[in-house]
Design a protein around this ligand. Structure first.
Ligand code: GTR
Length: 424
């Protein structure tokens, strides 16, 4: 009986939270809130210089985000083996060297592997690379027929010919519009791409992907303060970084981690947790990414945790419809990347991701960058459409919807060249 009542109330609760959720898009209905000051410790002490930030401010924020938002990775795991599955000097009409490299990991008798697809410009000796995940497999980001099709689980998408959760030839090239590969190559950058489903399938199931590799005894799921999928995907990006450190073909000191939407949340967390990334780009990352949670506009913490219960640590549920209780906000996630360059990009029609909240995060992270003598976002006024502000902290809002476009890539390339002094 007790069980039944429990089940009923759970059902009711689920019904209530889904049925009742009406996103607010009205600035005048935003609850009053205080943006936590990143230059104050949790006990209210002022942080006056970068040394103090590194010693006190950064670690306490890092700990909060780790335990209460994205979740802790429960251990370390080194690459067990590297397997170059395929390579060629003839990609993109001979412009690029293509490599498909499989990384394998073993622990507790369990195994995980994922493949990095790399295109490296042949006219640059050790290029800087953009590293990013894709949603439907490496073969979707290029027309290149040599790209291996992943056999990992994929979300069905009949318009891409994806049924039975399997990727097939039919989806080759369907996402070329999101990856300006030739522009990157022409500007002297390489691209390293990974299918995120190989690291952790994007579904509420903790028996697949990397999570079970770390389970001890008969563990079934991560603990309350342990990693959800975003932290798992970030973990994968760091392992790709481990690989770059042993690959003489890339400049591991100039790896720019990029992501769109849920994968933009991921690139930010990867940049915060792994200081080897030289720069970070979040494209339309929204709630749990660059957008301030306390504005409760568009997607909210409660909504995201209900729709995607596997993305964050269980502890993050504490703040469902309770954002005011958060001692931090997402501008402090950006601040964790300081003093390394970070680019936040929004799209005008992507109100679900709260462009203004994304902008304000970049603005409120700026004082931390200034501690390091870097320039961030100088004014609280949002820039005009398609008028990027490109400092160490950069921001643009472009016309159009939730997507990655050539316009976005043109800005990222220009900014990355400047920030990482490429081709100078
Ligand atoms: C939406 C989700 C967003 C964003 C997006 C995406 O459904 O609400 O937070 O991550 O998916 O990844 O495209």
């Amino acid at each position: 009986m007790k069980k039944l009542v429990g089940l009923l109330s759970l059902l009711l609760l689920a019904h209530f939270s889904f049925a009742q959720f009406e996103p607010n898009y009205d600035e005048s209905k935003i609850p009053e809130f205080k943006v936590p000051d990143p230059l104050k410790t949790f006990t209210g002490k002022k942080i006056r210089n970068s040394k103090r930030w590194i010693k006190k401010g950064r670690p306490e924020l890092m700990q909060f985000f780790t335990k209460n938002v994205y979740g802790e990775v429960p251990g370390k795991l080194k690459i067990t083996s590297v397997n170059v599955l395929e390579e060629s000097d003839g990609a993109y009409n001979g412009k690029a060297h293509r490599k498909q490299v499989e990384l394998s990991f073993q622990k507790n008798g369990k195994k995980l592997d994922f493949t990095i697809l790399m295109y490296l410009p042949k006219d640059v000796e050790k290029p800087s690379v953009f590293l990013g995940y894709n949603f439907y497999g490496n073969h979707t980001i290029t027309e290149d027929v040599n790209v291996i099709i992943s056999d990992a689980w994929a979300r069905n998408n009949p318009s891409f010919g994806i049924i039975n959760n399997q990727l097939t030839e039919q989806s080759r090239g369907v996402r070329t519009n999101r990856w300006a590969i030739e522009k990157m190559l022409d500007a002297g950058f390489g691209l390293a791409a990974i299918y995120y489903g190989e690291v952790d399938p994007d579904k509420d199931d903790f028996t697949d992907g990397v999570h079970p590799v770390f389970y001890v005894d008969d563990q079934q799921q991560p603990a309350e303060d342990e990693w959800g999928s975003i932290a798992a995907w970030s973990w994968g990006l760091s392992r790709a970084m481990d690989y770059f450190e042993q690959d003489a073909d890339v400049d591991e000191s100039k790896v720019i981690v990029f992501g769109h939407s849920r994968l933009g949340k991921t690139s930010l967390w990867a940049g915060a947790t792994d200081q080897r990334f030289a720069a970070v780009i979040s494209n339309n990352s929204g709630c749990g990414g660059a957008a301030l949670s306390k504005r409760k506009i568009g997607e909210t913490v409660g909504r995201i945790n209900n729709s995607f219960p596997h993305w964050f640590a269980d502890n993050f549920n504490e703040y469902n419809n309770n954002e005011e209780a958060l001692p931090v906000d997402q501008h402090e996630l950006l601040a964790l990347i300081a003093p390394r360059p970070v680019y936040v990009a929004s799209a005008e029609e992507d109100q679900w991701a709260d462009p203004r909240g994304e902008f304000l995060s970049a603005y409120y992270a700026t004082p931390v960058y200034e501690l390091f003598g870097k320039n961030g976002i100088p004014s609280k006024e949002m820039p005009e459409l398609n008028q990027p502000v490109q400092n160490t902290v950069a921001y643009h809002i472009r016309s159009g919807g939730h997507d990655v476009t050539d316009y976005d890539w043109e800005q990222y390339i220009k900014w990355a060249k400047e920030q990482l002094e490429i081709g100078h």
